[in-house]
Every structure is written in structure tokens, then in C-alpha cells.
Design a protein around this ligand. Structure first.
Ligand SMILES: [Zn+2]
Ligand SMILES: [Zn+2]
Ligand SMILES: [Zn+2]
Length: 282
């Protein structure tokens, strides 16, 4: 059930009362975010918050920040091929892997969490079946290298030694050294944090508008998409500059046509691509 709240600024019963009381109409309303501090913490602890990479910023020590909290990041959706699933690693720093992902696999769905158990929520996609599971994931070695966790170094340690370190890695210990809560220390949006963002801030909204304006159609193969299938319809930046949102630089493409663009082959590895291709075959 849903209902609409009245616009209290223009609601005559309230305004009449206000005038009777002689109360002035305040003009500096601040809309407080609905998600309170404890709310975000709860969500992060409960199993993660689904985010876009551009909602993450990087602390000067290399760790990852989400709304003022240190978090762990992993790809939520993994595909299973003939029952064989390659599990993602979880990241605790802006490592080489994330740098690469930011460049290439930007349609992946990320989850940020603060678990200390080492278990993360993962969706295993087998053809069209999606199974949601809590899975134990290993920490990313590039991350350990990035923050030099207890002297961890990829070039400096043998493969076996590195694996041993991954096996004994302790999240409670990590969060002890790197506290989860940074609010109050004012680390967000200062010069010491660099957002990963390469898309403009209003990109999700803009992308939606463009798809709507252009009739929810792929400009290359002319296939139409319903609202439910909008995840298969992308907005592509022709010149590769994700901040260049001039209309002529944007092309609305289905995931298949998008994957055919230069340097977009990585899209074929995306679960959405496989799902889309399976549907097309029907
Ligand atoms: Zn990493
Ligand atoms: Zn593109
Ligand atoms: Zn297409």
C-alpha cells in the first residue's frame, strides 16, 4: 500500500493554523537523509549494500570508503558454468584489480559490506536460475599488497607463503587497525579522498532519461525493451569518455550490440550478457 503525503508547505489546514499562531514559514529546510548512521552500519553488517563503483571513494591509506564507513567490496553476481563457480575475492583497498575493473567491467554489480565472519552474499547464476548464498570468500592478494598488510608483498613472498597469509587473514584484526566508522574524522570529499567516479554524478538519472527519450530501443539492432528489461539496454559513450554526456556522444545499445563496440569484449563475460543471449535464442 502506498499513499501520498500532502505538500505541507502548501497545505491550507496547516497554513491557516500557522498564520493563527503567527509562526513564520521557515525557508531553510534541510532534508535529512532517511538512512541514519546506525541504519547504514546495520545494512553493511547484515550482508551488504548493493552499490555502483562510483559510490565508493578511496581513503589516503588506500582502503575503501562508503558513506564515511570503511567497507569491503566484492562482485555480487557470479556465473556458474556446468556447476563450476569461480568465486570472487573480496577487496579492502583500491587495488590493481579494482583499478582494472573500473576500466573494464563497469556493469558488474558490487556489494559493500563490513562482515567480520568472512562470509559474503553472492548470487550464483546458472543459466537463468539465481541462487543467493552466504559464501566464504578469500581476501584479494593485490589488496593485501596495496596496504602492505603485515609486510605482505606479492613480489617478496612465495606463492605458498602468500596463500598461507590469505588463509589466516583476520577481518576483526583488519577492522581493528582500520576502524569501520570514519564519520567525525571528516574524510569524505576532502583532497585526501579521490572518488572512483568516472561517470558524472547524475549518470544513472541521465542514462534513464536518454533511454526513455529514445524510445527504449537499441539504435543498432532496433530491438525494443520493456521497463523490466532495461538492464539489457545500455547507454554507450561513443568516444569512450564517460563524462562526456553530450547527446551526440551517447548511443543507446542493447548489451549484445554494446559488446560489439571496440574494447567492449569484456561485456560478454557479464552475467547479463549470457542471460540476454539465452533469451534471444528462444
Ligand atoms: Zn583487491
Ligand atoms: Zn560503451
Ligand atoms: Zn542491439
Amino acid at each position: 500500500m502506498s499513499f501520498k503525503l500532502p505538500d505541507f508547505l502548501n497545505w491550507s489546514p496547516l497554513n491557516t493554523l500557522r498564520e493563527k499562531m503567527g509562526a513564520p514559514l521557515t525557508d531553510n529546510f534541510v532534508l535529512a537523509p532517511i538512512s541514519s548512521k546506525s541504519n547504514i552500519m546495520d545494512q553493511l553488517n547484515a550482508g551488504g549494500v548493493e552499490i555502483d563503483l562510483d559510490e565508493i571513494s578511496v581513503h589516503e591509506d588506500g582502503t575503501l570508503l562508503y558513506q564515511g564507513y570503511r567497507g569491503l567490496l566484492h562482485i555480487r553476481d557470479v556465473s556458474s558454468i556446468a556447476g563450476d563457480t569461480r568465486m570472487p575475492r573480496f577487496h579492502l583497498a583500491y587495488c590493481q584489480t579494482l583499478e582494472k575493473m573500473q576500466k573494464n567491467a563497469r556493469f558488474d554489480r558490487y556489494v559493500v559490506a563490513q562482515t567480520t565472519s568472512g562470509e559474503f552474499k553472492v548470487n550464483i547464476i546458472d543459466r537463468e536460475e539465481v541462487v543467493s548464498q552466504q559464501v566464504r570468500l578469500n581476501v584479494c592478494q593485490n589488496c593485501l599488497d596495496k596496504i602492505h598488510w603485515k609486510g605482505f608483498s606479492i613480489p617478496g613472498l612465495s606463492r605458498m607463503e602468500r596463500q598461507n597469509r590469505v588463509d589466516v587473514f583476520s577481518l576483526p584484526e583488519f577492522f581493528e587497525k582500520y576502524p569501520r566508522d570514519l564519520i567525525g574524522k571528516k574524510t569524505l570529499h576532502t583532497s585526501t579522498t579521490a572518488p572512483l567516479n568516472i561517470y558524472s554524478k547524475d549518470w544513472p538519472k541521465l542514462s534513464k532519461e536518454i533511454r526513455h527519450k529514445r524510445g527504449h530501443k537499441c539504435e543498432s539492432c532496433h530491438q525494443s525493451f520493456s521497463k523490466d528489461d532495461s538492464r539489457f539496454l545500455h547507454v554507450h559513450h561513443r568516444n569512450g569518455l564517460k563524462n562526456d554526456n553530450r547527446s551526440e556522444n551517447l548511443a543507446v545499445l542493447c548489451i549484445a550490440c554494446h559488446a560489439n563496440q571496440p574494447e567492449h569484449g569484456h561485456l560478454r563475460a557479464h552475467p547479463d550478457y549470457k542471460l540476454f543471449m539465452t533469451r534471444q535464442q528462444r
